[in-house]
Design a protein around this ligand. Sequence first.
Ligand code: SAH
Ligand code: SF4
Ligand code: F3S
Length: 470
Amino acid sequence: MLVPHLDKAKRRTKNEVKVRKYKMAKDLKNLGLGKSYFIKTYGCQMNVHDSENIKAILEDMSFKEAESMEVADLILLNTCAIRENAHNKVFGMIGRLKHMKEERPNLITGICGCMAQEEIVVDEILKKYSFLDVVFGTHNIDELPEILNKAIHNKKIEVDVYSCEGDIIEDMPVKRDSKYKAWVNIMYGCDKFCTYCIVPYTRGKQRSRRFEDIIKEVQSLKEEGYKEVTLLGQNVNAYGKDLGLEYDMGDLLEAVAKTGVERVRFVTSHHWDFTDKMIEVIGKYPNIMPYIHLPLQSGSNRILKLMGRRYTKESYLELFDKIKRLVPNVSITTDIIVGFPGESEEDFLDTLEVVKACKYDSAFTFIFSPREGTPAAKMKDDTPLSVKEERLHRLNELVNKYALEANQKYLGKVVPVLLENVSEKNSDMLAGYTDTMKLVNVKASKEKLGEIVLVKITDVKTWSMDGEIA
Ligand code: SAH
Ligand code: SF4
Ligand code: F3S
């Protein structure tokens, strides 16, 4: 048993990050024979992609994917710790698992992901939910076969979570959710330690993947017929800084663009490491999509400082304008937190001012949620929840107004769309995204799935558009 420790998770070691290859013990190849698995994924793209790795590892052990939780022999929850409501949803689901296990005693259950990295969560699980079979973290996904094997043989909960970051594991198997677009990790962890954020504790120190491993993965995705790759990291702009090498995110983006893969995206950008070189490269290569997610978090310099974001409203606006000027047709979205401890009405109005200046294409907005162990959780917070909710409401009204206005500019225009799914709202339509990351429902037959087609926009709403093939 290895349980997580908050103090260890906070520390940053100077240990060299090792790169090793995934290898599964041969004697575990048949552990899942005749059994099925179901993974429920919460949280960000990083978790979505981790689940794609976990699925492939389970299939390496001969498990088959189940249609639903109700019929699965193994259920894993890949969890997110970012806000209280994500946390509560998972505990609600653990409660459901308990009932399922009472009805199906042979059911194997477990949790992994960011909540598994939290000391308080694992404490609570050991006290109240020890019916679970496995708990493993974000640093040892590759050890899943051994962990499952131990749990099955010992018939008791197996907890294996490292608080110190693990190695970088190359050649992990992956079962991708899409045949057309793929996630590619370029770095793990985060060293920014924004004062509200749990991620540096749950994902460990920043570790960049080797340049050549990333390019090799993108090249093989292209050869397999993937149309789009999204480079993933909590703070992709800082790519390479920990490697102490010559190249940075600008160089990496350029090299990925030169593989000729049709669409290149990247998330998430932090203002701090956004270089002019990056902007130039994004503007120069037509296969780097003109779409940037640039979290603002707050428009008040006082709050930005308390958040530890290391930029000001002025420098953010300057960068925003530069990107708009130098990247033709770019769309920019953002994340905003309201009700950070001590946020006054005046601070909040500063945020609204920035939103008015930037007229974002869209924004994800959140009420501050205190996370155990982060500095902001200890800050004095005397704003009532009702005031925070009212601020969120005002912010959303403004965000939605600009989102609709941004979409209205597309009416009647012809834009490229990668058709990737059958539309959720109408099974006779396909859905996909424009180069600028706008969701479009298109009248088209299923043979067109996986193609990038030109679409004429016929109708626009706040969150999506309709169109027909031009
Ligand atoms: N690495 C990204 C963000 C990852 S988390 C970045 O630096 O921008 C996604 C978003 O969740 C954040 O941008 C932030 O807006 C929000 N978030 C993170 N911690 C939060 C907290 N404690 N309460 C409310 N929102 C939070
Ligand atoms: Fe969290 Fe800040 Fe790192 Fe983003 S940059 S993951 S908000 S600590
Ligand atoms: Fe959540 Fe972990 Fe992502 S906390 S947002 S799943 S990095």
